[in-house]
Design a protein around this ligand. Sequence first.
Ligand code: MN
Ligand code: MN
Ligand code: MN
Length: 285
Amino acid sequence: MQFSEIDLHCHSLASDGALSPADVVERAASNGVKVLALTDHDTIAGLPEAQAHAASLGMQLISGIEISTQWRAYGIHIVGLNFDPEHEGLRQALANQAQVRRTRGQLIAEKLAAKGLPDLLPAALALAGRDTPGRPHFAQAMIDAGLVKDQNEAFKKYLGSGKAGDVKLGWPEVAEAVRWIREAGGTAVIAHPRKYDMTLTKLRALIEEFMAAGGQAIEVVVSGQKQGEVGMLSDLCRRYGLQASLGSDFHSPGLAWVELGRIAKLPDTLQPVWQDWGLALPEQA
Ligand code: MN
Ligand code: MN
Ligand code: MN
C-alpha cells in the first residue's frame, strides 16, 4: 500500500497522547509525513511547540483540535482544521469549556458525597491526568477505593442515567463546536464516523445537522478500518457534497496499526479537505 503523506489527526501530551508535540512532529516527519495536523482533545496548547518544530524540519503543520461534543445520546468528536489559533472567540470558548468540565467534576464529587461516599475528586483528578475528570474516572476511583467491584456496578449504582453522579452539564452541541471552528476560519470535520456505533440512518441525520451548522467534511480514511468502510464513507461524501479528510489518530508508539502516516491515501475521486488551503504538495505537480 502507498501511504498518505498527509495525516490530519493525532494527539500529543497536550491531551492524552504519549509524546510531546515536538516528538510527534519528529516522528511524523521520519515516517514520511509532509503535512501534519495536531488535533489534541479540546485544547490547542500543543500547537506552538509543534509549529516551531515543524518549521525547523520544513514540514507543514496545520492547526488542529478534536472537540468532544454531544449529539442526542452520542458523544461525537468534531475535528477542527486550519483555523486561526489566535482567534479570541475560539480561545475563549475552549477556556469556558474547560471550566465547565472542571465544575462538573466538582459537582459529581459533591453529589456522590451527599450519597455517603468519600470525597472522590482528588482520585478522579489524579486518574484524569491532563484531562478533566469525567464519569469513567470516578468509576475507576470507586473501584480503587473498594466501593464497587467494576465500572458496571459504579454506573448502575452511582453514575448511570438518572443516578446521583449523572451530571448533565458537560459537552457542547455539535453545532456549537462547528461554529467555534468556522468563526476562527477553520474547517469542521466529523471524526471517525463509523466509531459511534450508529446506524447509517442516524449517521445521515448527524451529517445533515452538522452541515446545516456549517460543517464541511468527514474523515474517510482512518486507522484500522473494516473492509468496505472507505467506500461507504466515500459514497456519503459524494451524496452530500462533503469534503474528505484522513488521519491516523495516533496517540502513542507501540501500536503498529495506529501510527503516524500509516494510512492509505484518499480515493482520488473525492474532494480533499485541503483543496482550498493552498498547500504546496509534493505529490501534486
Ligand atoms: Mn484520545
Ligand atoms: Mn476521537
Ligand atoms: Mn483522536
